[in-house]
Design a protein around this ligand. Structure first.
Ligand code: NI
Length: 134
């Protein structure tokens, strides 16, 4: 089954301000990427990497239209999504739709991940997941 082929890629953490949240992780030994603005998702993104630790992504709003604002208002700084790498984006989306996931964004190019295509899906029992095409 295709869903068995989902490979963990990163955990996205919603935060108000990357520069305020990032130092905690840098002190843990994570190396931070440059912060980039993703004009498609309307968010600022910074990836955090440390060998042997899960890859993290800090997401912060660009303006009041940013999709993370609702999560920040409801929960404050919090894990926001788990991202999985998949071989075939369309086929995996189709399969997940059969498992009560709804697509919350169209597949779009993510400038922060080497312009690979990503898509967000939601299931009320699982939460928000992101798929990134291998
Ligand atoms: Ni992400």
């Amino acid at each position: 089954m295709m869903v068995n082929e989902l490979r963990f890629h990163h955990i996205g953490i919603a935060c108000h301000d990357i520069e305020v949240t990032k130092p905690f992780y840098v002190a843990l030994g994570y190396v931070a990427s440059e912060t980039v603005k993703d004009p498609v998702q309307n968010i600022f993104i910074c990836f955090l990497d440390k060998p042997g630790m899960p890859k993290l992504e800090l997401l912060a709003p660009v303006d009041e239209q940013s999709p993370v604002n609702r999560t920040l208002a409801a929960s404050g700084v919090t894990p926001y999504h788990v991202c999985y790498e998949v071989e075939n984006l369309e086929a995996t989306i189709k399969e997940l739709k059969g498992q009560r996931f709804v697509r919350v964004s169209k597949p779009a190019t993510a400038c922060a991940i080497n312009s690979r295509r990503v898509c967000f899906l939601y299931n009320k029992d699982v939460g928000l997941i992101e798929l990134v095409e291998a």
